[in-house]
Ligand binder design. Sequence first.
Ligand SMILES: Nc1nc2c(ncn2[C@@H]2O[C@H](COP(=O)(O)OP(=O)(O)OP(=O)(O)O)[C@@H](O)[C@H]2O)c(=O)[nH]1
Ligand SMILES: [Mg+2]
Length: 459
Amino acid sequence: MSVPRFAIVGHPNKGKSSIVATLAEDDAVAISPHPGTTTQARAYPMRLDGETLYELIDTPGFQRARETLKWLEQHDRGAGARAAVVREFVAAHSADKRFLDECELLRPIVDGAGILYVVDGSRPYGRQYEAEMEVLRWTGQPRMALINLISAGDHVEEWRAALAQYFSIVRTFDAVRADFGKRIDLLRSFGAIDESWSAPLGRAADALEADRERRRRAAAGEIGDLLIDSLSTAVTVPLAGPNADEAALANGRGKLQERVRRRERDSRRSVQEIYRHGALAIEDSAAPYLVVDVFAAQSFSVFGLSATQLALTGAASGAVAGTVIDVALGGASLLLGAGIGAAVGAAGTLVGAGRLAKVRVLGQPVGGYELRIGPITDLNFPWVLLGRALLHAKLVAERNHARRDSLALDARADAHLADGIGSVRRRALEDVFRRMRNERGVDAADGSVLIDTIVTLLE
Ligand SMILES: Nc1nc2c(ncn2[C@@H]2O[C@H](COP(=O)(O)OP(=O)(O)OP(=O)(O)O)[C@@H](O)[C@H]2O)c(=O)[nH]1
Ligand SMILES: [Mg+2]
């Protein structure tokens, strides 16, 4: 069975390429505020597991719709021959510079593509569009109109009335903000206009929905791995003697932080690749919680659990058990603390504000000593990592491929994330975190609690 193909056509600069990018999940489609950005028809396949589900063809906008229509009318041989006359138009003008754009946009349609006609519903309707719509009607191909809203105006109703004269299905569709559900609706409704497409498009929609679940699980797996790795990370630095000095501590602390930061960056990249957003930049002053360092105080205040939540969760008990010496690294920012005066090797546990990492001096069998820093035992550390990862993954999963700005945080995300988790889940997660912190390792059951919880939190 042939793959359903749609040509996205319309006036220049109305969001055609944006719709292609959205429906093909391809952020490489050229989009710009300047009319005439797309100059050639180009197919973008939507692939899943090596199979092409459907194909979108981006096209240049109409330039000479009225003249095109005039030519068609001059060659009219009755309704039954109109599709053939359009084909003749393309053949007769393929070398005619004046009709380059018309030939580019009509060629895929005469070759069998369905039509998605895009208009901007924020601008008033005008009769100049009628020639375009009439030319499209002449092709006789299945067609649907999409009302995109590029700016603030609202002329949707007048557009709807006019479009209904030419198209059996008219939908509003926000090229830049349409979410996954809206895209699936669009696919299914396009299946309804053409019988031969209803089965493959129905299957495509089902496959995309199943894939959505798979992606969510894969993203949860990445976040789970990030937590496991970051909570079990420890670094070593060489020591001159059996006592740790300030410089060695600072050196080890820096290494540990850098390792966690790098791990977080890698995890974000993997999550973005799962959602086909590999090239997405995360840098926007509007997104401080996402951009600032995982170790910054701001991350802790936004994503960490409150003292009450920590107590309710049971996180506080048993967290510093073990024979190693926990050194308080002080201050509001984990491991950044000034005044780390703790002499490693001294007896006792300095709990301080709960900003902790395990620190110990190891004797080497071949002589010499090294300082081992980690794992990070700070009670809030896993919650901060998790909160940041969830927010990032949700924004990436929602993000439409027509957007060209960097990833920005929605103001609503200001709500304290940990509040949404619920105490039962929080406790289950904290049990897993505790085992990670205590270096006993996590087993398969812990792994599934972790992943299942993260999947739910991503919904
Ligand atoms: N805010 C907003 N901007 C949009 C929307 N759709 C398109 N745009 C913007 O409108 C401009 C044109 O979008 P394109 O997708 O390049 O339009 P096009 O129809 O392919 O343009 P040509 O290829 O030049 O004919 C870009 O700056 C888009 O970012 C929308 O739904 N909302
Ligand atoms: Mg374009």
